[in-house]
Design a protein around this ligand. Sequence first.
Ligand SMILES: Cc1cc2nc3c(=O)[nH]c(=O)nc-3n(C[C@H](O)[C@H](O)[C@H](O)COP(=O)(O)OP(=O)(O)OC[C@H]3O[C@@H](n4cnc5c(N)ncnc54)[C@H](O)[C@@H]3O)c2cc1C
Length: 381
Amino acid sequence: MLFHIAGGGPSGLYFAYLIKRSNPAYTVRVFEQNKPDVTFGFGVVLSGRALRFLSAGSPDVVERLKRRMEHWSDQHIVHRGERVVVDGSSYAAIERLTLLAELQGICKAAGVELHFEHRAAQASELADCDVLIGADGANSVVRDSHADAFGTRVHEYNNYYAWFGVERPFDAHTLTFKRVESGAFVGHHYRYKPAMSTFVAEVDQATWERAGMDAMSDDARRALTEQVFVDTLGGQALISNRSIWRRWRRVDNENWHVGNIVLIGDALRTAHPSIGSGTRLAMEDAIALWQAFQAEPDNVPAALRTYEQVRRPIRSKLNNAMELSVRWYEEMSRKMSLPPYPFAYDYLLRTGIMTAERLAHEAPDFMRRYRAQALVEQASS
Ligand SMILES: Cc1cc2nc3c(=O)[nH]c(=O)nc-3n(C[C@H](O)[C@H](O)[C@H](O)COP(=O)(O)OP(=O)(O)OC[C@H]3O[C@@H](n4cnc5c(N)ncnc54)[C@H](O)[C@@H]3O)c2cc1C
């Protein structure tokens, strides 16, 4: 069998490795537009739970990745200058480039053919194969070449964000909310190397307009963000790597496969960074597609059907959570009238996946402090 994979991101590379490792006689080619050591963004965060899910593909690979990761427990939510600690979680973060380098390394060792600096302008350029996998990210050319057949839908949300780096190692996965004259900002920040952190900055639409960000250059927007978060950043500059301010676009598809072409990762369904799991979902799609080919090795249509049947319900559940999370951020300015603990509690329950009972079990210290603050508020009102 001959597999062509458009895109050497986490989903394309993980699929390539898994299918080649278990079927050495297959020919597996990855076509990536960039050089091996070029990417967008900085580090990505994965929860401990996400790492367990990814082990279903290859526990050895996940163990290898873990050694290159920064690990911490707890999430911090900073509101009105008060740091609320949410205990009981585990997180790990890795530089996106390191993740890609590790995946490229195992692909090469397994015998995957990696073609860098090879941009596909149309799906048809890569169509001479048994299976073509569109793993070419949110702006997928493979998908867009057959947008009608895939039933592609695009929806743009209201908030604006940009993905920066900063030379400052934060202790934990942190959300810092800032009220300024023009409105509300939030920074999502965490360290992904001993001395480096990711810093995703986000503003709602009203703030964007009131602060005049719509008329600014990206450099001026970065300078404004540095000012807003000057104490959080300890005066450090935000570093750009194609850090363009944009609105988040939800892309999804009615059909997951068309003929022998199938979509995985962001090409199939973008995942909003606020639930922090795009990389995980993309790599899980790769696992599900690989498992489908293990179950139906000689039958491409059956394998693609199995992939969709198994994976669609899981994706749909997370999609609902994502919608609710995005809406919460769109309303963050109003939510910020809550005191720190009720605010953090509201945030943690925003997707409907976390419940008060589960939180009491998983984050008992946080819940104790939340309840104590609620009692104080009640007494004083
Ligand atoms: C601001 C921001 C913060 C994020 N933070 C996190 C986080 O903390 N944790 C997390 O899990 N996820 C995060 N994500 C999401 C994550 O980056 C994506 O969900 C994930 O990278 C999807 O993987 P993928 O392999 O499907 O696509 P991508 O990683 O986008 O890879 C696609 C690859 O295809 C290549 N390509 C594109 N077009 C072509 C073409 N025509 N021909 C050849 N090659 C092509 C690209 O160069 C790229 O290498 C974040 C995303 C953003 C925007």
